[in-house]
Design a protein around this ligand. Sequence first.
Ligand code: ZN
Length: 262
Amino acid sequence: MINGNLSSDTITFLGTAGARFMVTRQLAASGGLWLNLSGTEILVDPGPGSLVQSTKRKLKADKLSAIIISHRHLDHSADVNIMIEAMTNGGFRKRGWLFAPADALETEPVIFSYLKNYIEGIKVLKEGESYSIDNITFNTPVRHRHPVETYGMVFRTNGHTFAYIADTRYFDSLCQSYTSELIIMNTVLMEPKPPVDHLSVLEAEHIIKEIKPKVAILSHFGMGVWQARPWKIAQKLSQQTGVRVIAARDGMKFDLSQLDDS
Ligand SMILES: [Zn+2]
């Protein structure tokens, strides 16, 4: 089919910055992931600048069916309120669902209470649950090891599966939880740096070797990774693992049909 929107699955990176200094200095953008899966549009982790990055790339928030927040940290949730306003045409058109862990919704919610009436509803992310958004399903296989309640996701479309491994420290069941054709990994550090609860390049290499996806995409870079040049790291990891590893760039649009060629 020629109509890309209805037949194709794409992931647009509205940012690749991870951790505080990369984000606060905007050395790279931090707007999250915009999924278009057979025409269903979903925004994941709208960090600071999500509104600016999405409008700049002509993505239309009023087409979104849902916003998913992996966890409450600012680099994943800062723009959620304005994106809800954009998704619902300023509240004039009730639309869309918000998915977030209980921890992001309870004592100190990441969304303002008046905006809750703008959307169709809120669904709480829990370990081991499955969810659906129109024709798309996703599950949150395991609670991550991170200072706040955090989940990654495995998405299933008509033709593909892919995993988003959000912020976490390494633990063994990560590999079996996120087995899929494509993995997107938030790779903040060069090497493990306890007690910092983030994945490093060394652990990314291990995960890629264990899961053996068709493609692995690194994103959410910390300062050390940025200074070492993410694309050089990706090239080296490709050689070491035999898997095609890509370093995401701001604005990069990955078409999942690439998985069919490999
Ligand atoms: Zn975090």
